[in-house]
Design a protein around this ligand. Structure first.
Ligand code: PMP
Length: 395
């Protein structure tokens, strides 16, 4: 057998799991040897429609035969329709399309500085972000990402003040320092499935309003219907100036969306920003398919599946001493298992369930929206087995 390193010449940035994934159907993936895995991570929250989705395949096939990539030099139907439908659905006024969550946030940070300049405050260049937050790997989005280890190898970053989630006093102080924007995830994903308190989200919104700070919600992981509503902060009655989406809205095709309202919606003008691929016909068709499916009953399914998932995980927390608690909402769930989260993820893989860790101690589940209740039951049984085996080995 050749070594993995001989077969794979991609840069060594990922610690990938061993099996070579070959095909998939619904919430299941299969490796080249025919072993099946229940995909409870869905490409880190991106593959909302699962694998082999007939509606998505038909839409992309049709698009391939109709019109290919155009760039943003020209108008095209799918992009315009998607812009209208996203704006309508979120209550925002305009959208910029890119290709990833990082780029969607990069756009938001640039937009905030541009808008502060237009308001006559070009000195407002810095940013405020939250400890535990993750916003991406490009320089701007990395600058506002809290984890020091991600930033340390890459030298100078933007000027960012980090504040603990829930610390309204520290946030007040930081926002009175006149930053360009505050960026936060209403539910922190990489930071361990931490839902910010509704009161803190509302306080942040009011403080931004009072201090003229642009409020950016990063809903790249928690938005797009995953937690039961299209934007998860809308459940708390908070409307940010800018909201970013990516992952599940493309069903696996790369797309990022930076939505803005009011004067923020008009801040970027020709020449300010751009993307060759952003919002191209294929990604837009994929996203339109996701919206169609959500409207045709998938959002209701996410809500009912999410409720079942939550209560089943709560039962597992009661049963297994190794689990401290459950965190998250809807189909964005985590179990806090100090010191053993990686072992549980490995054990789950051996049992044929894909999950990953977050923030060290959390086992994270981001299943595809199309997961069936039967497949949920299969995964839960295997999770119970995995948790039993670590409880035994820990005692
Ligand atoms: N924001 C959040 C909240 C994320 O979870 C991620 C990815 N995990 C990103 C931004 C970056 O997205 P991408 O990897 O698509 O650039």
């Amino acid at each position: 057998m050749p070594e993995l390193a001989e077969l794979d010449r991609t840069m060594g940035t990922y610690r990938r799991a061993g099996p070579l994934m070959a095909r998939g159907s619904g919430a299941w993936m299969e490796d080249e040897s025919g072993t099946k895995y229940l995909d409870w991570i869905s490409g880190i929250g991106a593959n909302s429609l699962g694998h082999g989705h007939a509606g998505l395949a038909a839409a992309l096939h049709d698009q391939a035969l109709t019109l290919g990539h155009t760039s943003n030099l020209y108008r095209h139907g799918p992009g315009e329709e998607l812009s209208r439908r996203l704006v309508e659905r979120t209550g925002m006024d305009s959208v910029f399309f890119s290709n990833s969550g990082s780029e969607a946030n990069e756009t938001a940070l640039k937009l905030a500085r541009k808008l502060q300049g237009m308001r006559g405050a070009p000195e407002r260049q810095s940013f405020v972000a939250l400890n535990g937050g993750f916003h991406g790997r490009t320089f701007g989005s990395l600058s506002v990402t809290a984890k020091e280890a991600y930033r340390a190898p890459f030298g100078s970053m933007l000027d960012v003040t980090f504040v603990d989630p829930g610390d309204t006093a520290a946030l007040t102080k930081a926002l009175h320092g006149k930053p360009a924007a505050l960026i936060l995830e209403p539910i922190q994903g990489e930071g361990g499935l931490r839902e910010l308190c509704a009161g803190f989200l509302r306080a942040a919104s009011e403080l931004c309003e009072d201090t003229g700070t642009i409020l950016i919600h990063d809903e790249v992981q928690c938005g797009g219907g995953r937690t039961g509503t299209f934007l998860c902060a809308s459940a708390h009655g908070v409307t940010p100036d800018v909201v970013t989406l990516a992952k599940p809205i493309g069903a696996g095709l790369p797309i990022g969306a930076t939505l803005a309202r009011g004067e923020a919606a008009r801040a970027l003008v020709p020449g300010d920003h751009g993307s060759t691929f952003g919002g191209g016909p294929f990604a837009a068709r994929a996203a339109l398919t996701v919206l169609d499916e959500l409207d045709a009953g998938l959002q209701d399914h996410v809500i009912s599946l999410g409720a079942a998932f939550e209560s089943a995980l709560d039962e597992l927390v009661q049963k297994h001493d190794a689990c401290l608690c459950r965190r998250g909402k809807g189909l964005m769930q985590g179990l806090v298992i100090p010191g053993q989260s990686a072992a549980v993820v490995d054990q789950l893989m051996d049992l044929g369930v894909l999950a990953c860790t977050a923030a060290g101690d959390v086992v994270r589940f981001l299943p595809p929206y199309v997961l069936t209740h039967d497949d949920l039951a299969i995964g839960l049984e295997r999770l119970d087995t995995a948790l039993s085996s670590i409880s035994v080995s820990a005692s």
